[in-house]
Design a protein. Structure first.
Length: 485
């Protein structure tokens, strides 16, 4: 539990985000495995608040459904009209009070489009707020370019925060200030509720600014303080696709830095992309051009890449995965995959097994030491231990209506260019001949041959393709043969 556990965290996520130019609500745009608002909710949860309320407005049904999926404990409050941040927070407090919840303590307010904000920074804000006994504490940051942000105006003598002036309402002198409002605050809950009722709308936007609460509380004699973020990039808000890409890059760098500091080798961080939910063990190795997504886990001494994309995939200790796309697969210890393999959901490779070049697998259980070296499709199948599947084999699992299962035992040797027409079972230790279409079960230890007899029609090319290059070559070869006789 957080040492400075707030009574509530309110997340502002009602805006339309028109500059994104997207049918997707701004706060639902994903980066590094979570939506923008998902990152903010995860950071807020690190404070362990008694209540977590997200203010929704634009596309509220879609946003609320997403929140219910990622965090069922989140409450939502609707801001039907976009009347400013102060109005949005008021809607959140009314949602709680309407449910009979009386807040006593700290209310932290955060923006739903700040995915780089960390729980650690929120903890520091709550700590400063409690230690200084403030009525309100604003999280600020010193930025290289403060254009578009609310400026922090301080008392020159004491350094106390006297006001936050929005960019559109700022004087030229105030616009030169580089300390900005992050949009993140810690409030005394009861003072906040009272001050919100006094916020006016006589500004350029005609809205209720949450920042006006600071002036109201200060005029009433209450203490207004600030906590400065250690890294100004944490408070970056997302308003367009360019900023979305920049935030993605920064978050990716943060994740890779943490991985490398924990003992993971990332050969080229600039071309490697990971989600926040990806986990590693020490001495994992990630080659260039690799994307690791979802709940992917890379074990010790495993190698992934180059040019691979793994989603919700587990890579066992010492496994090697090259030029591969894998989704919801399990790759056993010491297994090798690729190059140019495709592992679809339900694929489970046993220890020391192999899915080689141009192999596709789906819903397939591959035993220890079994090899599917190249140019094959294995779907809806179970293969035992130490079996070898010949090149260009196809597990024919679909009859046009239903999928069927193929079972191949342990220590089998199947020939190249085999078709296994499911449902079919190949017993332990059995062999199948190259070019066979296997439609019946093969008993253990048997050799199955299922192919037509070869028939040579001599002179066919000369009769059917006279004068062709093939006919000329054949004629010359036959002349040479006759000459030798």
């Amino acid at each position: 539990m957080s040492a400075n556990r707030p009574a509530a965290v309110v997340v502002l996520a009602a805006g339309e985000g028109t500059r994104m130019k997207s049918a997707t609500p701004k706060v639902l745009h994903p980066i590094c495995g979570r939506s923008l608002v998902g990152h903010v909710v995860a950071a807020a949860r690190e404070l362990d608040p008694e209540h977590l309320v997200v203010i929704v407005g634009h596309a509220r049904e879609q946003v609320a459904a997403h929140l219910a999926e990622i965090d069922p404990g989140v409450r939502t409050a609707v801001q039907y009209e976009q009347n400013g941040t102060g109005h949005a927070v008021r809607m959140g407090l009314e949602e709680l009070s309407g449910s009979g919840i009386r807040l006593d303590g700290t209310v932290v307010v955060v923006c739903g489009d700040t995915p780089l904000l960390t729980g650690e920074t929120l903890e520091r804000l709550a700590g400063v707020h409690a230690a200084d006994g403030n009525a309100v504490t604003v999280l600020t940051a010193e930025v290289p370019d403060s254009t578009g942000y609310g400026r922090i105006v301080r008392d020159e003598a004491t350094g106390a925060v006297t006001a936050i002036v929005e960019h559109k309402d700022a004087t030229e002198a105030q616009r030169a200030i580089r300390e900005i409002n992050s949009g993140v605050f810690a409030f005394d809950a009861q003072l906040l509720a009272d001050a919100l009722g006094k916020v006016r709308t006589d500004n350029s936007q005609g809205e209720e600014y949450l920042t006006d609460v600071l002036g109201i509380l200060r005029e009433a004699g209450h203490r207004v303080g600030a906590a400065v973020a250690g890294d100004h990039r944490e408070i970056l808000g997302i308003n367009n696709r360019v900023q979305l890409a920049e935030a993605r890059r920064l978050l990716n760098e943060r994740l890779l830095h943490a991985a490398m500091m924990s003992g993971v080798t990332v050969v080229d961080p600039a071309s490697t992309w990971v989600d926040v939910t990806v986990t590693f063990e020490a001495d994992a190795l990630v080659h260039p051009g690799t994307q690791l997504m979802g709940a992917t886990h890379v074990s010790a001494r495993a190698e992934v890449g180059p040019n691979s994309r793994l989603t919700d995939t587990s890579v066992g200790e010492g496994a090697v995965v090259s030029n591969t796309v894998a989704d919801s697969a399990v790759i056993g210890a010491g297994a090798t995959v690729g190059p140019f393999a495709y592992l679809r959901p339900g694929t489970r490779l046993g220890a020391k097994s192999k899915a080689g070049a141009y192999v596709e697998m789906k819903n397939a259980e591959i035993g220890e030491g079994t090899k599917v070296p190249h140019l094959s499709y294995v779907g809806d199948a179970t293969i035992g231990e130490y079996t070898n599947i010949g090149a260009a084999s196809v597990f024919v699992n679909y009859d046009g209506v239903n999928k069927h299962h193929t079972t191949i035992g342990s220590h089998c040797r199947t020939g190249s260019d085999n078709m296994f027409v499911a449902p079919v079972t190949i017993g332990d230790g059995a062999y199948t001949a190259a070019g066979s279409v296997i439609t019946k079960d093969v008993p253990p230890g048997s050799l199955a041959v299922a192919r037509g007899q070869q028939r040579n029609i001599e002179g066919w090319v000369a009769r059917k393709r006279p004068g062709s290059a093939a006919a000329q070559a054949a004629s010359a070869a036959l002349s040479d043969t006759e000459g030798e006789q």
